[in-house]
Write a protein that binds this ligand. Structure first.
Ligand code: FEO
Ligand code: CA
Ligand code: CA
Ligand code: CA
Length: 605
């Protein structure tokens, strides 16, 4: 009764095995080729990568670190885009331990309270230049995709140099004003951009996730932003940038951290366009965005806030999408209704509108304007009664069925008394996937049915409480779903990020195909595996589904110190793997991989 589609397997490839080793693996009959690596030239005139002599100015022109979200738009605009496209890439963060030669690290750390980092101003600027995003022209020739060197579209976006504007209800608000920007409308760059989404009008939504990690310093408990910053974990003290740039020290620039944690919209077709932080979509640890045009023409974005016990959100635009006038859509995301999700045990999710003046979102409760609501979206969600989730990561929409897939990666801190229908496992180490259905394909509906598609982890160990279709093999189950993609035939693909938890499952992260229909619904099948210490990000299909771009993030890092046969922390000089170059002296490099079928057929067929 679930679907009109046939109860036969949507996927025909031969599964690969769980495991952990120094390189990547793909299903038989497929090729997985390196497209671009950290440090490779992006913009015209960029120097070749020189790992021992990195500079911020060179990095600013080269491919950044820790590639996460990948998106494609056709070239030229409006074409099918099957042979020529722009690939957009998020560079979420940097892994200093394998990025910088040890000899470049200062003997003495910079410190602030409990924070301590061996970093110089020069290294901090290299790190900043390695964050942000890239736009790269790619072409298919002879069945293989490659980067177009020196394309005028190629671009780097960084928190070191790229000016952005803040738009929507919080733009210009006092809480966004700083010494460098007394108008509260412009900031430099974006931070910790994890996943994202592509809009039907050909723009890139890049999600600022763990922005708290870039700030250090202290605010008095009496400061107006103290409680706000505490709710978001500011200061996170992950980087030492605050030693050299006052804007990352909250004592010196107490409003700067309100200018991050937004969804950023970027026009990849215009290499000098100014990225826009769309404050109407709320400020939280944005993982990504599942975008769909509703049947009434309004644009809908489903978004996760990746933190234990945080919420799932939805934005519905006020205006409607115009397929014949691209310019008319470019500010569609500035006005609309943001809602937080409450999941009930009767199998219904209710979208609770976050509108200033309605319900508890009053001036009395500290929400004097819609700016306050979006700046403190989490606290607004708390008061409205959103359902605390097991770390909502990526969300994607299956446009043919109106189903919405929500990746809930894990939450080992959930206690037995804190379980709820949508997050039913205490100490949820392996995560699960929730499926919501837009009733009558109405993505603006106030209420929608939902159910759990799978509970992750090893189904052969009953004590774990996993739930899979019994057709799932010993390699087909996975843990810690993070990113997902629906290909152009409506098939769901899931990628994982176990962090250092891979020793619990015995497999590195990877790409799994996920059956959602018919008798095989809830069956996983392993398609690709990353090298040790990496996570798998950015699954992105060409419009004809003959190529799958994936992002291998932070090879050699996560968990390598804890588990045999690695058992030591990676350094620049002695990493757990030198993927993908495997050359002495060359550090491991986060890279984009393009997967094609050797007979040029559809991926997964
Ligand atoms: Fe950057 Fe939620 O993963
Ligand atoms: Ca993620
Ligand atoms: Ca996705
Ligand atoms: Ca991740």
């Amino acid at each position: 009764a679930r679907s009109a589609r046939a109860a036969t397997a949507a996927f025909g490839f031969t599964e690969i095995a769980h495991g952990v080793d120094e390189t990547h693996h793909v299903a038989p009959g497929y090729s997985a080729d390196i497209l671009i690596r950290w440090g490779d030239p992006v913009v015209k005139g960029a120097p070749a990568f020189d790992p021992m002599n990195q500079t911020a100015d060179a990095q600013e022109m080269q491919f950044g670190y820790n590639n996460d979200f990948l998106g494609l738009v056709p070239l030229p605009l409006g074409s099918a885009g099957t042979d020529r496209a722009l690939l957009v890439v998020n560079h979420e963060y940097t892994s200093e331990e394998v990025m910088h030669p040890t000899a470049k690290l200062p003997a003495e750390p910079v410190t602030m309270g409990k924070a301590s980092h061996r970093v110089t101003r020069e290294l901090a600027e290299i790190e900043m230049a390695a964050h942000g995003g890239s736009v790269i022209e790619v072409v298919r020739e002879g069945g293989k995709w490659r980067v177009v060197a020196d394309s005028p579209y190629n671009r780097r976006i960084t928190p070191r140099s790229t000016e952005m504007v803040l738009t929507g209800p919080a733009a210009g608000h006092d809480r966004l004003k700083t010494e460098a920007d007394p108008a509260g409308t412009r900031c430099i760059g974006m931070l910790n951009n994890c996943a994202g989404g592509m809009t039907p009008w050909g723009t890139w939504l890049s999600a600022e996730e763990n922005f708290h990690g870039y700030f250090w310093g202290q605010l008095d408990e009496s400061h107006a932003e103290h409680a706000n910053y505490k709710r978001y974990g500011v200061p996170g003290n992950w980087y030492g940038w605050g030693a050299f740039f006052d804007r990352f020290d909250i004592a010196k620039e107490p409003n700067e951290a309100n200018r991050y944690g937004w969804m950023v919209e970027i026009d990849p077709y215009d290499p000098v366009s100014t990225p826009k932080k769309r404050t109407a979509l709320g400020r939280f640890k944005h993982e990504g965005g599942g975008v769909i045009v509703n049947k009434d023409g309004r644009a809908v974005v489903y978004m996760g806030d990746d933190e234990r016990f945080d919420y799932l959100y939805r934005f519905v635009s006020a205006g409607t999408y115009n397929p014949n006038d691209r310019a008319a859509n470019m500010d569609l995301l500035d006005e609309g209704t943001l809602s937080v999700a409450r999941f009930d045990a009767d199998g219904t999710v209710t979208w609770l509108p976050m509108v200033q003046g309605e319900g508890p979102l009053t001036a009395e409760n500290g929400f004097a304007s819609q700016a306050d609501v979006v700046i403190e979206a989490r606290r607004a969600g708390d008061l409205l009664g959103g359902t605390p989730m097991d770390r909502p990561e990526d969300v994607d929409v299956q446009p043919q069925t109106g189903r919405i897939y929500v990746m809930l990666t894990n939450n080992t801190r959930r206690k037995a008394e804190q379980v709820n229908a949508a997050n039913p496992r205490a100490e949820n180490a392996f995560g699960h996937i929730v499926e919501i259905t837009a009733p009558d394909m109405d993505h603006a509906a106030d209420r929608m049915p939902w159910e759990i598609l799978v509970k992750c982890g090893d189904p052969s160990k009953p004590e774990l409480g996993a739930m899979w279709n019994p057709a799932t093999t010993g390699n087909g189950w996975f843990a810690a779903p993070d990113n997902c993609a629906v290909d152009h035939q409506g098939r769901l693909w899931v990628t994982t990020d176990q962090g250092s938890g891979w020793a619990r499952t015995g497999t590195a992260d990877g790409v799994w195909a996920m059956e959602t229909d018919g008798a095989l619904r809830g069956t996983g099948r392993m398609f690709f595996r990353v090298p040790v210490g990496a996570e798998m990000c950015g699954p992105c299909f060409t419009p004809d589904d003959t190529a799958l771009f994936v992002a291998v993030q932070h090879p050699a890092t996560d968990g390598v110190d804890k588990y045999a046969p690695f058992g030591r922390k990676s350094t620049f000089e002695d990493p757990a793997t030198r993927w993908p170059d495997f050359k002495d002296g060359m550090p491991p490099r986060p890279s984009v991989v393009v997967i094609t079928k050797n007979n040029a057929g559809v991926i997964g067929s």
